[in-house]
Design a protein around this ligand. Structure first.
Ligand code: BTN
Length: 339
């Protein structure tokens, strides 16, 4: 499903300057020094609060800042905090050498990809960022994209052999390729919730935001934005997301190298898109169905202000959901969200 068709009028170009998240000599910096000096052992919140002369709530807030900056800090009741890992950074040199544009900070890689597309960057290009300040999800939602813990990237395509309608299933192709990769290589049971949510144990591991500029018979460009949670702990997510989202680390207990993961995924996706532009969704349909968590279930889909409930039977060759509603009528749903 393509999420957004847009026309451009950028009145201002914002220049993103990497901000130093943890200011020197801030309370967070002192906490980090103590945690490092403690060599991975726990140091209590009370101890930190006494040393810094701040409340325990303030300690917890500063620890939150350090986590946002990519430090892996474990917390345990009655024990306090321990530093378990330094920020992992994308290897921008390696990525650039492999033709991936790698930014330290951008508003949104989709937005960046649009700018580059307008400037003439050809298709089959990938733009990644360590951090997004205004990461966007489907349906106008925010996408939490701190540094050091996830993969936030967009793929730019400029196909001239398919129409926007024919390109619609590209999001499902993307979801199928990613789910298949994690199932095969990491033995992680990643499932796809129609159309394109990536879930593990019913929690969101990642999502895809596809945007398109074109006319009914022509595509100027397509941007496929992919967000994947990789190394976060539960407490690294904002409280409102906890319980709804997950990461590869939470699910597998293993830390993955984000740089090599990105390279692997980019290569697989490029190969898949080449096949998709030649043969359509058909070669990917079985793969998508195999990893689907939607088919065969009773679902409620929200679309354009209304909801439809029924059993999710199948998907069409365009990636639309075939649903038998509660009155036994067959419905084909091209766009919507399962709630
Ligand atoms: C969703 O499930 O709602 C889609 C999330 C898509 C997030 C990615 S992160 C990289 C790219 N840039 C964005 O601003 N959004 C997408």
């Amino acid at each position: 499903m393509v999420d957004n068709c847009f026309l451009f009028s950028y009145h201002s170009i914002k220049i993103c300057i990497a901000v130093i998240v943890v200011k020197r000599n801030s309370s967070a910096e002192y906490i980090l020094t103590y945690l490092k000096a403690n060599g991975g052992s726990y140091i209590s919140g009370q101890d930190l609060s006494a040393r810094l002369g701040i409340s325990r709530a303030a300690v917890s807030k500063q620890v939150g800042k350090l986590r946002l900056a990519g430090y892996r800090i474990s917390s345990a009741t009655n024990r306090g905090y321990s530093l378990v890992g330094e920020p992992d950074r994308l290897d921008s040199k390696l990525l650039e050498a492999q033709n991936i544009t790698c930014l330290t900070l951008t508003e949104s890689t989709n937005r960046e990809a649009k700018r580059l597309a307008e400037k003439g960057l050809p298709g089959f290009n990938c733009i990644a960022a360590e951090e997004q300040s205004e990461g966007r999800g489907r349906l106008g939602r925010d996408w939490f994209s701190p540094p050091g813990s996830g993969l936030w990237f967009s793929i730019l395509l400029k196909p001239d052999t398919v129409t926007p309608a024919e390109a619609a299933p590209i999001t499902l192709v993307t979801a199928a390729v990613i789910a298949d990769y994690f199932n095969q290589t990491l033995k992680l049971p990643v499932k796809i919730k129609w159309p394109n949510d990536l879930l593990v144990n019913e929690k969101k591991l990642g999502g895809i935001l596809t945007e398109l500029k074109g006319e009914p018979d022509h595509i100027d460009y397509l941007i496929i934005g992919i967000g994947l949670n990789i190394s976060q702990n539960t407490e690294d997510f904002p409280p409102g997301l906890r319980g709804k989202v997950t990461s590869l680390f939470i699910e597998s207990g293993a830390l993955q190298n984000r740089t090599s993961l990105l390279l692997q995924l980019r290569d697989r996706l490029f190969k898949a898109y080449q096949l998709f532009f030649q043969e359509g969704f058909k070669p990917f349909s079985a793969q998508w169905k195999k990893h689907s968590s939607t088919l065969g279930r009773k679902v409620t889909v929200r679309l354009a202000g209304q909801t439809v409930s029924g059993k999710a039977e199948d998907i069409t060759e365009q990636g639309a959901l075939i649903l038998t509603d509660n009155n036994g009528a067959k419905k084909i749903i091209n766009y919507g969200e399962i709630i």
